[in-house]
Design a protein. Structure first.
Length: 256
């Protein structure tokens, strides 16, 4: 089964600690056969969501937002992916403004004609902090909260301690000490790097379960109406078509 995993790096710096940790998560996904792609937002022009509600009534396949910037090219990649892995350094114990802008612009997939296009995709988070206890988990949670809003399936790994996602540190052993000769201290954080690989592996596992299970739900509902899931239609018309749900008769389903 083909699985696509898209990594989004919300660091304002290219090739830094956060991007390196995300690469490790994607390496884990590749280890179990997934196709991966990494998009660093640092070199992209992404404007703030205007909350003009254009997407509520005007969004359509291929045109998801009124703003013309680099999100135009990113939207299709998000939709084609079976899973998203978001990565952010810790800024005041939360994700960066750059990552927040990216997530805000996915609003078009939560309301209106495109509502539900992210539903049941797998979401995973990785984060990098300067200090060992400097906000890694709260940064992870700030991204996980977005997954919950989009009705995504969240990846976690118990044996790696990655309960909310994978976290690492970019100072010497997380002490806050800086080595000017080595700016990629994340590579020495064995625990963080292992957790990132594990979260990538787990992400693919969940994506396979979801992809296979969605088709089974539809097939079982077609074969026996008693086994239908009443909320399958509780998404926008574009999502229904994309997921193949239009094959089902609407009787007995909660549509609006």
């Amino acid at each position: 089964m083909k699985i696509k995993v898209l990594g989004i790096c919300g660091s304002p710096f290219l090739k830094g600690n956060t991007e390196r940790l995300l690469e490790e998560a994607l390496k884990g996904a590749e280890m179990v056969g997934a196709e991966t792609e990494l998009i660093p937002l640092a070199d992209k022009r992404i404007e703030d969501c205007k909350q003009d509600n254009w997407c509520m009534n005007n969004s359509r396949e291929g045109k998801y937002c009124s703003i013309e910037d680099d999100m135009v090219e990113i939207y299709p990649k998000v939709l084609d992916a079976d899973a998203l892995i978001l990565a952010s350094p810790t800024y005041i114990t939360r994700m960066t403004p750059l990552m927040a802008k990216f997530l805000d612009r996915l609003r078009t997939f939560a309301w209106g004609n495109c509502r539900g296009l992210l539903r049941n995709k797998v979401g995973a988070a990785v984060a990098v902090a300067w200090h060992r206890y400097g906000g890694v988990e709260t940064t992870l949670m700030s991204m996980v909260q977005a997954f919950l809003l989009f009705e995504m399936v969240i990846a976690s790994v118990h044996h790696s301690g990655a309960y909310y996602g994978a976290g690492g540190v970019s100072s010497l052993r997380g002490s806050g000490e800086f080595d000017p000769k080595d700016k990629l201290q994340i590579l020495k954080d064995d625990v963080g790097m292992r957790a990132a690989r594990d979260i990538g592996i787990r992400t693919v596992e969940l994506a396979r379960i979801v992809k296979a299970g969605t088709e089974v739900l539809i097939q079982r509902a077609l074969a026996d109406p008693k086994e239908k899931s009443p909320y399958l239609f509780k998404i926008g018309p574009i999502a229904r078509k994309r997921f193949g749900i239009e094959r089902l008769p609407k009787e007995g389903y909660i549509v609006e």
